[in-house]
Design a protein around this ligand. Sequence first.
Ligand code: HEM
Ligand code: NAG
Ligand code: NAG
Ligand code: NAG
Length: 366
Amino acid sequence: MHPLYNKVKNTLHKTLPSKPFLGIMCLLLLPFIIFLHLLPATIPSAAPPLHPGYYANSCPNAELIVRNVMKKAMIREPRSGASVMRFQFHDCFVNGCDGSMLLDDTPTMLGEKLSLSNIDSLRSYEVVDEIKEALETACPRTVSCADIIIMASRDAVALSGGPDWEVKLGRKDSLTASQEDADAIMPSPRANATTLIDLFAKFDLSVKDLVALSGSHSIGNGRCFSIVFRLYNQSGTGRPDPSIEPKFRQKLDKLCPLGGDGNVTGDLDFTPRIFDNQYFKDLVNGRGFLNSDETLYTYWKTREYVKRYSEDQDEFFRDFVEGMIKMGDLQSGRPGEIRKNCRVVNGGPPMDLVVDGYKDRRILSY
Ligand code: HEM
Ligand SMILES: *[C@@H]1O[C@H](CO)[C@@H](O)[C@H](O)[C@H]1NC(C)=O
Ligand SMILES: *[C@@H]1O[C@H](CO)[C@@H](O)[C@H](O)[C@H]1NC(C)=O
Ligand SMILES: *[C@@H]1O[C@H](CO)[C@@H](O)[C@H](O)[C@H]1NC(C)=O
């Protein structure tokens, strides 16, 4: 049964005045109850509309606060910009931009943090905690964690020398998260271009959006774990991926020897702290880090975009912004809330029951 249904029913039970009214009330409520039953099928279109300036009255400094915390975090640890920016992709693709990937596991819920693509990989959750803490001080229970991800991702790009843009806001935070869904949806670094085109199409994102959004790998790092197969055994051939430029392969072999530490990281492009079109220049030269990167140049349908962006940074920036806004529009339409703490749902299990194990855990002082 839909959770909203029970809630409404319970409220009615407590507030209904006396028996004589009961029959007539039931009749009056019938259409309403039938409507509630239909909700699961109808809500996707009923997701609240997002718009710029959503917090203009309720929290006028929200965007300024987010940007300032991002600035501080990126001075403290330059890579954290990329790490936080990646959250938008991992949040929005799994049941919409709803902050679900920020929820810690509980005894009754396996969240997304330990899913295949996220475990030992997503990082800088503490930066979102810090933003949330600052926003809760300025305007309690007003700004959603889902919106924090969208603002912080934009800020990470802008603060790294990339484009700056206006974001739409007004998202709600999910009441749950799903490791299973994250496992099923998020793409592998081994993915080829056709797999990626098909995946993005499911979210109404075009081939152009796929290539432009992959340009996010202009900043940040990846682990040896994500590339050893293409260095030593591409597609089970026992050979390296032939599309890797030989000198670059030597460098990667040295960084990631067979049987070495999978957690060692390398740069996703030659200028990993600057958001620019270097990533695309690298792909043209056979110096993409991930298989899912280089495949965008070796495959004919995506190659033209890679070439264009490698020659025209402005065009890349324009298409990237368009893609980020489209990706930010993904919404599940499920019921939501404004979380007080991005790691737990409101009224969720007490913090000491939450499964531990995140090195960067920060208990907020509410
Ligand atoms: C097209 C499909 C994509 C695949 C297969 C993919 C895969 C990956 C992988 C495997 C890593 C390195 C993780 C590790 O080794 O621990 C990575 C890093 C990263 N990804 Fe993606 N990604 C994709 C699209 C995107 C998109 C759309 C965005 C954002 C808009 C994004 C943002 C990032 C960033 C910023 C990093 C670096 C994070 C850091 O340094 O901590 N990726 N991605
Ligand atoms: C891409 O990968 C999928 C899934 O692994 C595979 O079925 C398909 O044949 C590959 N396509 C190309 C063009 O290599
Ligand atoms: C390469 O991968 C294939 C298929 O996954 C596997 O059967 C083979 O043992 C691997 N070879 C090496 C040298 O790891
Ligand atoms: C990376 O480090 C984590 C935590 O220390 C460990 O559990 C994991 O097995 C390591 N991953 C790889 C691929 O070596």
